[in-house]
Design a protein. Structure first.
Length: 281
């Protein structure tokens, strides 16, 4: 019985040993082998053989693309405006041994690199440029960190700016500035309209004055022509002149009597004598 137990134990030990020596690596992964605590080799997808009890597999690294979310952070622009920016990076591990031995935690390291580079890039831009130049920021960001992470055996496939917005305080200030600008434009437009209206009104008064002056000239010419004709017609005869002047005189008195300020109208007792006075005779 004791001999049988030893045989069974040996068989079990052999099976366990063989199992420890055979490693199946799934597609999309690579395993790091350490021999006696030192890096020995990298196992590719498929079945691999290692030395049991001597070789160990402490790291299993994915070779698929990794998406790293870069947390939001406050960034100060060149013109001292505060904006909130975050990003997302797509990386691929091409040398697993460098990724696990070159840096303590490559994900945290890359996040810190992207955040630092993002602050540096936006810090050299104005607020308007930062808000409207995502492609430029993306290109500079990729250029800034690609060389650094390549030393860790990691390839930066792309980095995208997810959000880049002014802070709450900055948004309020921008809204107030926009409202002030709209008010200024409205004031300028209203003032320009009033100016044009005043100019048109003045032009209208000027044109009316010119027309009035022309009308007065026409009336004066008509009166002169009428007087000349009457003069030629009556020659030296006094009676027709007295008749015309008397008619005008009475008409003027009638107009005066209908005026709102008129109270009492007194006609001269000797109307012919009054008309002769107008003739200086």
């Amino acid at each position: 019985m004791e001999g049988l137990s030893v045989v069974v134990a040996l068989v079990i030990l052999v099976i366990i040993t063989i199992g420890m020596g055979v490693r199946i690596v799934p597609q999309g992964s690579k395993h790091i082998v350490q021999r006696l605590g030192k890096y020995h080799s990298t196992l590719n997808p498929g079945m691999n053989i290692i030395i049991p009890y001597v070789d160990q597999v402490p790291y299993k690294v994915t070779t698929k693309d990794i998406v790293l979310d870069i947390p939001s952070q406050e960034v100060i622009t060149e013109d001292n405006a505060t904006i909130i920016a975050n990003a997302v990076a797509y990386i691929n591990i091409v040398s697993p041994e460098k990724a696990v031995y070159g840096v303590e935690d490559y994900e945290i390291a890359i996040q810190n690199l992207v955040q630092t580079a993002l602050r540096s890039i936006i810090g050299e831009m104005s607020l308007d440029s930062a808000l409207s130049s995502r492609d430029l920021i993306k290109a500079k960001l990729k250029e800034a960190i690609s060389d650094d992470i390549s030393d860790w055996g990691i390839n930066l496939k792309t980095v995208e700016i997810q959000d880049i917005n002014p802070s709450a305080t900055m948004q309020k200030a921008m809204e107030e500035q926009a409202a002030a600008e709209r008010q200024r434009r409205a004031t300028v437009t209203r003032a320009e309209g009033e100016k044009q209206a005043a100019i048109l009104e003045a032009d209208g008064r000027l044109e009316a004055s010119k027309r009035d002056a022309q009308a007065q000239i026409v009336l004066a010419d008509a009166s002169r022509e009428a007087i000349e004709r009457v003069t030629r017609a009556i020659s030296d005869q006094e009676l027709p002149v007295m008749y015309l002047l008397g008619e005008r005189y009475i008409g003027a008195l009638e107009n005066l009597s209908t005026s709102d300020n008129a109270k009492n109208i007194i006609f001269p007792a000797d109307l012919p004598h009054a008309i002769k006075g107008l003739l200086n005779r």
